[in-house]
Design a protein around this ligand. Structure first.
Ligand code: FES
Ligand SMILES: [Fe+2]
Length: 379
């Protein structure tokens, strides 16, 4: 990859990766008695819950004449299209009934499908698996299976493999970003904007900029900023070390394709863990969802609210920045990635390219990193 790369000039078909789970909607927006619209990777979806509360996701277009299915009637099991009354099983999309057929017309109704997607609820979000596009032949495809379960926020101190809900707290927040998934992601992993965008008296100021050295290593489909004692110049970490009575605090930050950022902080028996995703909605619109779980300061009555407040501030600063950036990106300027601060962004683009190349050839994915790397920057 040349030194100056333009993330703007991505191949149009490499913008949004298929074959992965994506967060579609926060679970509290999906109700039994209402069909909800959503969009992932420019695919319109209708999402709902069956009688038992299990979520489902269908392509929001009737296979007959394209009517959005979210306008239809839902009885807790089947969706009836509002145009000609065809009904479809909400989970697998199989056609159940076509009202216009006469008794002697033997169209094989059960061979017709509305497109459906694997759907799971995890840590307060409804996740939808977006498979690789199948062969053309819309309206006749059975649902595909997801190769693995949807990602989860990591929780520690679990007994018998089941995390005890009363032992930790969980909270989420969401922000829409008017930029492509690529800019959303590289903005999230970019260490150099912190002192300029995220100034706050209780966090750090631009005067606290100093040289940093961090170790990175390859992991499957991504890279890890290896465990270390976090920077001593931030008040929250100082406080945490005091509170947890731990000699060291270890933090790991993983990035994994297509859009997952996992952060884990452990101090003695205390932990904080988050799973942030940047979800492609359209090619120039994405959404950041942060879900955090922790057992630190659990006794503190406003723990969740306080943490949400701090996070919301950060995310809002990023959102505002990207809103302004989107103006600058409108006319396709030339962009650059510099070493070392933009190296994670370079890895991201290389990982994406390697993933697509492996798909194209059917071979193994070739990881762009050959081993551990130390990066230096000032922030
Ligand atoms: S468009 Fe849906 S039934 Fe005709
Ligand atoms: Fe940021």
């Amino acid at each position: 990859m040349p030194e100056l790369d333009s993330p703007q000039r991505q191949m149009p078909d490499s913008l949004m990766l298929t074959g992965f789970w994506y967060r579609a909607l926060s679970a509290d927006r999906v109700h039994r008695n209402r069909l909800q619209k959503a969009m992932l990777l420019e695919i319109p979806l209708v999402i709902g819950r069956d009688r038992l509360g299990h979520p489902f996701a269908l392509r929001d277009a009737c296979p007959h004449r394209g009517m959005p299915l979210n306008c239809g009637k839902f009885d807790g099991e089947n969706i009836e299209c509002s145009y000609h009354g065809w009904t479809f099983d909400a989970h697998n999309g199989q056609c159940q009934h076509i009202p216009s057929l006469t008794a002697d017309q033997n169209l094989k109704v059960e061979r017709i499908y509305a497109g459906s997607y694997p759907c799971e609820e995890q840590d307060g979000f409804v996740w939808v698996y977006i498979p690789d596009p199948g062969p053309p032949g819309a309206g006749f495809t059975e649902p595909q299976e997801a190769p693995e379960a949807a990602p989860q926020v990591e929780k520690f101190g679990v007994s018998g493999g089941v995390p005890q809900e009363d032992k930790y707290k969980i909270a989420y927040l969401t922000a829409d970003m008017p930029v492509s998934i690529d800019h959303g992601i590289i903005g999230l992993m970019d260490p150099a904007h912190g002192p300029f965008v995220h100034q706050a008296w209780w966090w750090r100021s631009r005067h606290s900029i100093h040289e940093k050295k961090k170790n990175f290593e390859p992991i499957p489909n991504g890279f890890r900023m290896s465990a270390h004692t976090p920077s001593s110049n931030s008040a929250p970490y100082k406080l945490l070390r005091l509170y947890a009575d731990a000699d060291s605090i270890t933090t790991t930050i993983d990035f994994v394709l297509p859009n997952l950022r996992r952060e884990t902080i452990r101090a003695g028996k205390y932990w904080f863990s988050s799973l942030t995703t940047v979800t492609p909605i359209t090619r120039n619109q994405c959404r950041i969802d942060v879900v955090a779980a922790w057992n630190i300061f659990r006794w503190f009555p406003f723990g969740a609210e306080l943490l949400k407040f701090v996070f919301a501030k950060f995310v809002e600063q990023d959102r505002r920045t990207m809103e302004l950036q989107a103006e600058g990106l409108q006319h396709n300027p030339h962009l650059m990635l510099i070493d070392d601060a933009d190296r994670p962004a370079k890895w991201y683009f290389q990982l994406k390219a390697a993933y697509l190349e492996a798909k194209r050839t059917g071979g193994e994915m070739k990881h762009p990193m050959t081993g551990p790397v130390t990066l230096k920057w000032r922030s």
